[in-house]
Design a protein around this ligand. Sequence first.
Ligand SMILES: [Zn+2]
Ligand SMILES: [Zn+2]
Length: 314
Amino acid sequence: MRAVVLSDEGLVVCDRPAPTPGAGEVLVRVLKAGLCETDLQLVKGYMGFRGILGHEFVGIAQSGRFRGERVVGEINCSCEACEFCLSELATHCPHRSVLGILNHDGAFAEFVSVPDKNLHRVPDSVLDDEAVFTEPLAAAFQILEQVDVQPKHRVIVLGDGRLGNLCAQVLAKTGCQLTVVGKHERKLKLLSDRGIHTVIVGQFQETRQADIVVDCTGSKSGFEAALKLLKPRGVLVLKTTVAGDHSLSLAPIVIDEFTIIGSRCGPFVPALASLAEKRVDVRPLIEETYPLDQAPTAFHRAATTPTLKFLFQL
Ligand SMILES: [Zn+2]
Ligand SMILES: [Zn+2]
């Protein structure tokens, strides 16, 4: 099968044997897959991953509970036996592998092997182009699992990219007082068209009025920028994973008693429901759909120009 492989030589598209499903795993024939900021960071060295990239996908299950049906899959492959797995911390299982990110081949290929327990059937009303966003949309829903966002809260999302857009759409449904700060008029317009208040970064008055700031900048500077916007005892939600190290003063966190929350993978059920009920619109984010063989072009463009979502069509 054709596959996009990250090797010591960099990113290559090549032929690989189809994966052999492990215990409890089923083969999924990939229909579409999404290119994500994490993929770009992996190419830069994040996690030291080698193998087939890709963790956002929709496909057809070849066996298991959903044989012959369209499915999306959670990406953490946990052991189900350790202390963390038995206490609802399966996404933090120390023995886990993660599709396309850690010790497990991913979905930029004709077939991907996924634990049957990780799969969710895609409702008929959800298009392939929408279902492929389930994983990043679930990550946006994770914020609501971690923070009790209420209508009285002033919330700022930093970043108007793929994840910033999804986080903003999810947060807007809480009725909170939401502002999205970004660098790109075109991307912000996708949100203002949905009635979400947006500001271009140069025109944003930095005052400390936010109860909650969500950093979706994908850059090292996001953390410090976010701290400057928070009220004392405010909450900073970090959705950004950046390769490399930060260096910053921790004193403001102590002085202003900030709460810093790391936020990663989230629940697929509300994500799929919001797509089925058309409460979230992901299709305007799709910029281009590439055949898998053009993956190097897609990666290069995504890394060098301010683009939204690139999909691969299998
Ligand atoms: Zn991703
Ligand atoms: Zn475990």
